[in-house]
Ligand binder design. Structure first.
Ligand code: ADP
Length: 326
């Protein structure tokens, strides 16, 4: 028999992403509207183990829709990877009277949720929140659009200085396993070349491409390198290129953590709100071990096991081909 849900817990876990706050707000307000109580769990799974809980009301989520980061904080928690850790988390949930969980995070967060929900029969719905856009089941993850816009702003600024000094810039963007940000920001920022984890680029081919540009009298060039590119990152690529190609002064810019911060874009705020709203409805409909995601502008669920095991590459062949030509 399905237990009646009276109180839900919400947490953010893994890497933070702009829009997580908008999502928390949507979860809290939708749940309250539907007559549920809501507990905020701080520091992700660590807060479950430490019983770091706070009851949420509608005012607890005022004035946060426009803020990056997460008011519930996030953490990486090794203890949750052990059965003992998860048992402690379950005991704390029971004591607090929390009947179901909504977890906002990435692949690791969903993996933990899957174990926990199976072991202790806690209903859980996952919401994809990561700037990497590397989760199966949603065309876009919360934070990805904002991160792309941050990167484009940076590329535009770098292009101004690159053009003034006739320089070649290697700009490293986030994406250890996923080239989504690199590909999209590279296209939108008009990069000369884009190096991705999903696709091998020979340094010699890159040099030929840049030589072509130099022959056509390009005064500057920008190459986007995803941090997980198979050549080993922007510094390494820049060094290798410089050994054979010295038409320009060469510089490297690692964008780093600034890509995680900032006010979420309108797209991310709406996406986060829709997914938070949908997650509460899924819990109330008796669904568990699913993620909610956006597919073709509709909100759809995906079994959590499929979301974490399906490593299908999301880079569109059209975009890859177009990036080469433009
Ligand atoms: P993300 O959710 O962004 O992928 P992580 O990979 O750091 O981030 O995962 C977030 C948290 O999820 C981890 O700190 C850990 O507490 C939990 N987690 C990750 N993998 C597992 C696992 N195999 N078993 C249990 N919990 C896990």
């Amino acid at each position: 028999m399905i237990k009646e849900i009276k109180k839900i817990g919400v947490l953010t876990s893994g890497g933070d992403a702009p829009g997580m706050n908008a999502c928390i707000r949507a979860v809290v307000r939708t749940a309250l509207h539907k007559g549920l109580q809501v507990t905020g769990i701080y520091h992700g799974y660590q807060g479950l183990i430490d019983a770091n809980f706070k009851e949420m009301d509608t005012r607890s989520v005022s004035n946060i829709i426009q803020r990056g980061g997460t008011i519930l904080k996030t953490a990486r928690c090794l203890e949750f990877k052990t059965v003992e850790g998860r048992k402690q988390a379950y005991d704390n949930l029971k004591t607090a009277g929390i009947d179901a969980l909504i977890v906002i995070g990435g692949d690791g967060t969903f993996t933990g949720a899957n174990f926990f929900s199976k072991e202790f029969e806690v209903p859980i719905v996952g919401i994809p929140g990561t700037i990497d856009n590397d989760l199966y089941g949603s065309d876009y993850t919360i934070g990805y659009d904002t991160a792309n816009n941050t990167v484009i702003e940076a590329i535009d600024k770098i292009r101004d200085t690159a053009a003034s000094h006739e320089r070649l810039f290697f700009v490293e963007v986030m994406g250890r396993d996923s080239g989504c940000i690199a590909l999209n920001a590279g296209i939108a920022g008009g990069a000369e070349a884009i190096l991705l984890p999903e696709k091998e680029t020979a340094i010699d081919d890159l040099i030929h491409h840049l030589e072509d540009g130099a022959i056509k009298k390009k005064s500057s060039s920008i190459v986007i390198v995803a941090e997980g590119d198979q050549n080993g990152g922007a510094y390494y690529v820049a060094k290798k290129v410089k050994e054979k190609f010295n038409h320009y002064d060469t510089k490297v810019s690692i964008l780093g953590h600034l890509q995680r911060g900032g006010a979420p874009t309108s797209f991310d705020r709406v996406l986060a709100s829709r997914l938070g709203f949908a997650a509460v409805n899924e819990i109330l409909a008796g669904n568990t071990r699913v993620t909610v995601g956006l597919r073709g502008n509709e909100i759809k669920t995906t079994p959590i096991e499929e979301a974490i095991s399906n490593k299908e590459i999301k880079l569109s062949p059209d975009l890859l081909e177009m990036a080469e030509i433009l």
